[in-house]
Design a protein around this ligand. Structure first.
Ligand code: BDP
Length: 328
């Protein structure tokens, strides 16, 4: 005969048994993101957390910390590497100093356009970059878009490399970017993202470089009103997880994490396209003085020393550079 009490007891025992088999990594993960609410990456990382919970039946949970509240990007990369944090949405720019393979995407003009970058990342070059990062403790679960970075400043339109001469330009923490500005006879100023607005406003730096969404979301357009379409860097971003945490997962759990990250990347790329457009419209409407640079050859030529620097430090990575350049 059916006994409600017995059924309830069986259920309770099953629940208890299940709780005993919950793996150690079921503890809530903590995730870092530099962007504000509403930014494509922020929405997509929240989606990642939601999918993780859903697909794992609540066993895997991720608490996202947005707006860089857990520290600067170079610090957060270090934290995810050593396990102080489990997850991060990182731009490959500041990962370059940690993993030389990842630094290949920070060579100016290495990607012809976004489509070229996607093909390279989804192919053998992407595998090589991921392998290099994994050796340094970062497993790339999926790639996010970050558009193309162009120069902006508070002084004048930039049309030729000579226009950058003597300008103080903020760059992300990576020697390749400092080298890039020096190659244009400018003064590079490596600085945390959160400090750039004030530095532009007070004239500590004259300019910086970024994509449309970040130029807009940070308010940099309010204090540096010349945007010149150099598109010198197309740097992808990762959803990265600490390698030890990832390697301790079962195959099923690894699949859940990867699937959730990839689905979030599909969303991020869609949102990115829309936001790139709306951010551009917003800053233009606010009176930003925009100029196109139809012929980028002079910038490409001037920035060649960045390739020399990279290849002399990493001669073994020449095939990777060529692999990307030869990706159709
Ligand atoms: C944005 C990236 C972010 C970087 C920032 C920067 O999404 O990860 O921190 O640029 O310039 O485009 O620091």
């Amino acid at each position: 005969m059916f006994s409600f009490k017995k059924a309830a007891l069986t259920a309770a025992v099953a629940l208890f048994a299940a709780s005993l088999t919950v793996p150690a990594q079921a503890a809530e993960w903590r995730g870092w993101n530099i962007h504000k609410p509403g930014y494509p990456n922020t929405v997509a990382m929240d989606k990642f957390a939601e999918l993780l919970k859903e697909k794992s039946g609540g066993k895997m949970t991720l608490k996202m910390f947005h707006s860089g509240t857990l520290g600067t990007q170079p610090d957060a990369i270090e934290q995810v590497r050593i396990g102080g944090l489990e997850i991060g949405n990182f731009n490959l720019g500041p990962i370059g100093p940690v993993a030389a393979e990842a630094n290949v995407v920070s060579l100016p003009f290495i990607f012809r356009d976004m489509a070229h970058m996607h093909r390279a990342l989804d192919g053998e070059a992407g595998d090589k970059i991921s392998a290099g990062m994994a050796k340094k403790g970062l497993v790339a679960l999926a790639w996010y878009d970050s558009g193309a970075r162009s120069f902006y400043n508070s002084k004048k339109p930039i049309n030729t490399p000579a226009d950058v001469k003597g300008m103080k330009v903020r760059v992300m923490n990576n020697d390749l970017y400092s080298g890039m500005i020096k190659a244009l006879d400018g003064n590079p100023s490596p600085m945390a993202f959160s400090e750039v607005y004030q530095s532009l406003k007070t004239g500590v730096v004259d300019g910086a470089e970024n994509n449309w969404p970040s130029y807009e979301s940070t308010g940099h357009f309010e204090v540096a009103g010349y945007y010149s379409l150099s598109q010198h860097l197309i740097i992808p971003e990762c959803v990265c997880i600490n390698a030890n945490v990832y390697n301790a997962l079962s195959d099923d759990e690894k699949k859940i994490v990867r699937d959730a990250a990839r689905e979030s990347a599909t969303l991020q790329r869609e949102l990115w396209e829309a936001r790139a457009k709306s951010s551009r419209e917003k800053v233009m409407a606010s009176g930003v003085k925009f100029n196109d640079i139809p012929d980028k050859a002079a910038f490409q030529k001037a920035m060649e020393p960045v390739y020399e620097r990279y290849l002399s430090a990493n001669p073994d990575l020449k095939p990777l550079v060529e692999l990307i350049q030869n990706t159709k």
